[in-house]
Design a protein around this ligand. Structure first.
Ligand code: G6P
Length: 615
């Protein structure tokens, strides 16, 4: 949800900013802009739409400087227009500011500024913040580095909301100021150069030494040094971290899209989610990040799983997996509902929030609400040092590597692996025997190879996808743990191809959904060889009786499905609690190929952003 990149150093800033913006484009792509400090003035360039449009604008009207800030926007306040593109300026026109977040009291502040004679060029909340900082600079008349930091501090004390910002001022060269509350901001440390970014992927090509800023911190960045303080004016402790992944991890490599690359990375990402976490000797999972003793885990009598979008679907699947393996009641709550629902929870309820980015505002709010009620709240995150990872009382990292495609794929299967590890751990503390634990471990260890085998179906899936690409509506159906997978399959298709799709438990068909079945509406059934196979077959028959085309995901060796379905994709056999990790893969590939066949921008679907940092 909006990406920021800033640079200060000895090199030309523009290539760093543009490269960084391209890597952050997943955070939003409604408009983009840069502002560079050059010879006592600030020059900015903006464009509506993709970074490529901004690059074109700059090619026609070049801009130079060794200090600069930049932004890629996902619109919240104010439409997708040139005027609303960042960077924004203050009343004097001497200051430029980029912002990720929402200033909730911007209307009140804007009216106060208007009454003082300020004029605004955009409808954004950000421009109000730029004016506030500019007013503080002009009011104090202190055109020094300390003066700019103090002005930012004064402005931030007036705002209610969230921000990750970067600011430069034409009269105060040699410094760039950043600050954060609720939106991520990371400082990159180079040799005689420093960077600011919403996400390390934007700067990892230049440095792997970073400082993840905390809420209410302000950083004054110069080429050779930086100072971190707080909005309240005190100094701040910081820690320099080394980024684990390299710049290659955020490149597409030979794949045409990030989404496809990430689908294909799943044998490895699944292996990485399990790495070092399975103990054959004790026949259990080791999840040290939970920071809970076995006695504490044993006392857990209920689990609540919360997340948004794909992460919520992994929660729903996790409910089946954990209840199956550990016999502990699990409840799932969409994160945006959690905070307002006042869910009854007893003392021994353990809460997990699930988030790839670790920055989703609704999920963060669920975490905070749960903690406010005094519950131990753990995170399942991919982004190391993300806000959720840092604020939770412990948790489990996915170690999936950067996920750039806006539609989540590999993070979903990593989440399922972690929820299975959790089921194993809790089950072994309760009723699962050593032998049962060993069996689960050996089944889990086979997963990466089974996923690789499932990926071999790609060409077959592409063929089926092309056959149905022109349909206007799809139904996805599954039972038990494959019911949430049906929902995930429908979500992937909607996100990537804009085709209407819905996911249901197969048996719900006859309670309304069947009214949608006709010759033009394909149904995708997830019908592996499990305890409910025959039930799924009956539901398929019901669809076929009404001339609905059926695509079935079955198990290798199955011959029954081919007799009644139009198209069949057979995945390797796995135990029920692991099947969802395999059955989702054909659905990911199916929506990918439909999206490509329809000419959609699969990595950056319209209106979406990878990380939604507003409520
Ligand atoms: C956005 C993305 C979804 C994602 C959801 C949760 O809506 O478009 O793909 O599933 O956020 O993201 P998180 O980072 O919290 O897992």
């Amino acid at each position: 949800m909006c990406g920021i990149v800033g640079y200060i150093g000895r090199a030309e800033a523009l290539p760093v900013l543009m490269d960084g913006l391209r890597r952050l484009e997943y955070r939003g792509y409604d408009s983009a802009g840069v502002a560079l400090l050059n010879g006592g003035s600030i020059e900015s360039r903006k464009a509506v739409g993709r970074i490529a449009n901004l690059a074109e604008a700059i090619q026609q009207n070049p801009v130079h400087g060794k200090t600069g800030i930049s932004h890629t926007r996902w619109a919240t306040h104010g439409g997708v227009t040139f005027e609303n593109a960042h960077p924004h300026s203050d009343q004097s026109g001497r200051l430029a500011l980029v912002h990720n977040g929402v200033i909730e009291n911007y209307q009140t502040l804007r009216e106060q500024l208007l009454a003082k004679g300020h004029q605004f060029k955009s409808q954004t909340d950000t421009e109000v913040l730029a004016h506030l900082v500019g007013e503080a600079v002009d009011g104090a008349g202190n055109r020094t580095k300390a003066g700019l930091v103090e002005a930012v501090r004064m402005a931030l004390r007036q705002v209610i909301g969230t921000y990750g910002i970067a600011v430069i001022h034409a009269d105060i060269p040699g410094v760039m100021v950043g600050a954060r509350r609720g939106s991520p901001l990371v400082l990159g440390i180079g040799r005689d150069e420093h960077f600011l970014a919403s996400d390390v992927s934007a700067i990892v090509a230049h440095t792997r030494e970073v400082v993840y800023l905390n809420d209410y911190e302000i950083v004054a960045v110069e080429a050779e040094r930086f100072d971190i303080s707080t909005v309240s004016g005190s100094g701040a402790d910081f820690q320099v971290s080394t980024v684990e992944f390299s710049a290659d991890a955020v490149d597409k490599g030979t794949f045409p899209h990030y989404m496809l690359k990430e689908i294909y990375e799943q044998p490895n990402s699944i292996r990485d989610a399990m790495r070092g976490r399975l103990s054959s000797e004790e026949a259990t999972a080791k999840l040290g990040g939970l920071e809970m003793t076995n006695a504490q885990l044993r006392a857990v009598d209920r689990i609540v799983l919360s997340g948004c979008g794909t992460a919520f679907h992994s929660a729903l699947t996790g409910e089946y997996i954990i209840e199956n393996l550990a016999h502990i009641p699990v409840e799932c709550e969409i994160a945006s509902e959690f905070r307002y629902r006042n869910l009854p929870m007893d003392r021994d309820t353990l809460v997990f929030v699930i988030s790839q980015s670790g920055e989703t505002a609704d999920t963060l709010a669920a975490l905070r609400e749960s903690q406010r009620k005094g519950h131990r709240t753990l995170g399942i995150c991919n982004n190391v040092a993300s806000t959720i990872a840092r604020e939770s009382d412990g948790g489990v990292y996915m170690h999936a590597g950067p996920e750039i495609g806006v539609a989540a794929t590999k993070s979903f299967t990593s989440q399922l692996v972690i929820l299975t590890l959790l089921g194993l751990l809790l089950g072994r503390i309760r009723h699962l025997s050593h032998a049962e634990g060993r069996t689960i471990i050996s089944e889990m260890e086979k997963l990466p190879d089974l996923v690789a085998k499932t990926l071999e179906l790609d060409a077959e899936i592409e063929k089926v996808a092309r056959k149905y690409a022109r349909a206007n509506n799809f139904l996805f159906m599954g039972r038990q743990a494959n019911y949430p997978i049906a929902m995930e399959g429908a979500l992937k298709l909607k996100e990537i191809s804009y085709i209407s799709a819905s996911g249901y438990p197969s048996a719900e068909l006859k309670h309304g959904v069947i009214a949608l079945v006709n010759e033009e509406t394909p149904s995708v059934f997830i019908a592996p060889q499990d305890a409910v196979f025959d039930k799924n077959v009956s539901n398929i028959e019901e669809v076929k009786a009404r001339k609905g085309p059926v695509i079935a995901i079955g198990t290798e060796g199955d011959t029954a499905l081919a007799k009644i379905c139009d198209d069949v994709i057979l995945i390797p056999h796995a135990p029920d609690y692991l099947t969802p990790i395999l059955s989702v893969i054909p659905l990911q590939l199916f929506s990918y190929h439909i999206g490509v066949a329809l000419g959609c921008d699969v990595d950056k679907p319209r209106n979406l952003a990878k990380s939604v940092t507003v409520e």
